[in-house]
Design a protein around this ligand. Structure first.
Ligand SMILES: N[C@@H](CCC(=O)N[C@@H](CS)C(=O)NCC(=O)O)C(=O)O
Length: 285
């Protein structure tokens, strides 16, 4: 069977774009790239350009996948759709059985930036809050013209407010603690649910893709010492298994971004939230 033509609109350091790229490589599907320069660090602000909002995504976010001429939005839905296609690799990211699909759906929901879920509530929505240390640094470098363009054009009110606040003031130290509870709950739940070895559902699945990307983000943010804690032994070996996937290199490492900036921000190799999170995981407060 020949595969349909796939075109991915994405950004290197975007959690949800990473997820879709990993899924494409897992399936062995060929795709064309359209890199999008996001408004939080490029003057071009391609995700809120007239053309992008009109023809690709009126909500101004990446990733978007074009399957032939059909536009498919939202990473979780994109990955479900991708799973129906036949690529070079014989792999299914979704189980066949309905009760298993339901269980997986819950995990997927909790491990990505799901629309309608307040930031910090689930493991997936805590990641953007921790990422603010980098985002704020990038936003502050934008010109006034670029921030004014965000005010005028960004279709998401909550993001517009966050970006403008970061430009003129600061959010990064305030939002991290809002993620502690959701993150600790999520990671402890994962430790409980993981099998001794292998993946969350035995076979590699969509949830493992999401967690691979969330964990890599922890590494970028110098929070990955959490994945090495004696309190989380299954998480630790799980992360090793995830890093061994070919798709980890192809979908994430080959699209690294902001390396210098991250080294500069975390020059002491530590993230200010690390010790607090570790204490909470140990149950000390
Ligand atoms: N639920 C959406 C979330 C997409 C999303 O928030 N994308 C971020 C990058 S991970 C984005 O495009 N940010 C740019 C902006 O908000 O200006 C999905 O899963 O695709």
């Amino acid at each position: 069977m020949t595969q349909p033509k796939l075109t991915l609109y994405h950004a290197n350091w975007s959690l949800c774009s990473q997820m879709v790229r990993v899924a494409l490589y897992e399936k062995g599907l060929e795709f064309d790239h359209v890199p999008i320069k996001l408004c939080d660090h490029y003057e071009e602000a391609e995700n809120i350009s007239k053309d992008y909002l009109k023809n690709i995504n009126p909500t101004g976010v990446v990733p978007v996948l074009k399957i032939n001429d059909e536009i498919v939005r939202d990473s979780a839905y994109i990955i479900e759709r991708l799973d129906e296609l036949e690529g070079a690799n014989n792999i299914n990211l979704w189980p066949k059985e309905e009760s298993e699909r339901e269980r997986l759906r819950n995990w997927v929901y909790d491990t990505t930036i799901t629309e309608g879920v307040p930031m910090g509530k689930t493991l997936g929505t805590t990641i953007p809050l921790f990422s603010m240390s980098l985002i704020e640094n990038l936003i502050k470098k934008l010109s006034f013209k670029a921030i004014w363009n965000i005010v005028l054009r960004h279709p998401r009110r909550e993001r517009k407010i966050a970006f403008v606040t970061m430009y003129f003031s600061s959010l990064k130290d305030r939002v991290g603690p809002l993620a502690y509870k959701g993150f600790v709950k999520g990671i402890l739940e994962l430790e409980k649910s993981l099998p001794k070895d292998g993946f969350l559902f035995g076979e590699f699945s969509h949830a493992d893709i999401n967690l691979m990307c969330c964990f890599y983000r922890l590494q970028d943010l110098r929070l990955d010492a959490i994945l090495d804690m004696p309190e989380l032994p299954k998480v630790k070996s799980y992360w090793e298994n995830l890093k061994n996937r070919t798709s980890f290199k192809k979908g994430i490492l080959d699209f690294k971004d902001h390396e210098e900036k991250l080294n500069e921000i975390f020059s002491n190799k530590n993230n200010p939230h690390l010790e607090k999170l570790k204490e909470k995981i140990k149950g000390k407060n």
